[in-house]
Design a protein around this ligand. Sequence first.
Ligand SMILES: N[C@@H](CCC(=O)N[C@@H](CS)C(=O)NCC(=O)O)C(=O)O
Length: 217
Amino acid sequence: MSGHFIVYGAVGSGSVPIEAALALAGIPYVVKDFAPWTSAEEAEALSILNPMRQVPALALPSGQVMTESAAILIWLSDAFPDSGLAPPAGDPRRAEFLRWMTFVSSAIYALYWITDNPARVTDDTAQHAAINARLYERIADCWAVMDKGLTPGRYLLGDSLSILDLYVATASRWSPGRRRFYEVAPGLADAIRRTDAEPRLQTLWAERFPFSEGWER
Ligand SMILES: N[C@@H](CCC(=O)N[C@@H](CS)C(=O)NCC(=O)O)C(=O)O
């Protein structure tokens, strides 16, 4: 590998767990912020990297660009096995690791494409609040499913922090928000609070997803 890792992302977005994984693994990277939801120009500029016009994307040192947050996180944990950020192939926890990484991406994260802009599914603005309420309930139900399916130790997959913790710590802050997450997934709460409090991540969280007043809504 020659060049640098470049994370294309935004504060509070799905790039944050990727930045956290790189930070924990001690891998140098630079961040280039894009907010495709702010303007058509910004979305168009991003489309060169990701035809879905979404962050995150990760440029590898080879120049290859990866998209899809779960794939990027899994790729990083495989590329840097010494970081201990995921159960390796052959580990008994690998199956549940892959299951829940993909679950967060496909069952939960994908729904924000609608909630962030319900006009994508209907022009009837009177329906927008109801659509979002239903989808936020769906997301809460998904967290409850995960709560039933996992038996955490100090962290979600046992006693060491993994990229699943980083992914859930970020996504559980999106609507319907952390308080609802704690209600529907009480068994996951301690591991995620521990991830929030991880000393090696305090600078990263402060810069990229601050725990500002009222964050734990
Ligand atoms: N499946 C994608 C979803 C990425 C995604 O939804 N990103 C949001 C930001 S957190 C985004 O860029 N939204 C803009 C849009 O969809 O137009 C992934 O897992 O990386």
